[in-house]
Design a protein. Sequence first.
Length: 180
Amino acid sequence: MILRQNKIQANNKSKNNKMENRVNNKEVFIEQTFNASIEKVFRAWTDPEKLAQWYAPDGCTIHFKTIKVETGGQFHSCISNPQFGDCWAIGKYKEVLPNTKIVFTLINADENGNPINPAEIGMDPDWPGATLVTVTFEEENGKTKMQLRQTVSEKLAKKTGAYPSWLQMLNNMKTMLNQN
């Protein structure tokens, strides 16, 4: 009986650890399921033409000065916001595993691709100059479960608008996937 009870406690503890990871306050965590194949969802993240259709918050546009979505590839992008102006970013793709995972850095930059201190461009002084974004994909009954993590506190991301921006962009991607 004691052995069985310890096993149940160990199982509950591991379930709780997984849940804690999902609600870790030290990172942004978003999980969404798309009514599209894993190939189609992955392509939305890796095809620059598709990215340009959804990878900007509502009311904004994005253009890529450079982009090469492959392990070791880089990007230099600008999200234009009619209210707040341009937000330049650079990054490097650390890992691109087809239909499985994308890991990239996201660094505040200037128009020339030089990293800059976010506070110098009016962002929250607590916002890190560089974050790591990890996106994973999993097929689930013909649909795709996607998990996104970003190495910045979810509380700060909500305060600055980054978190709702991710939600808007993913909603835009969902709309795009449903149209194609």
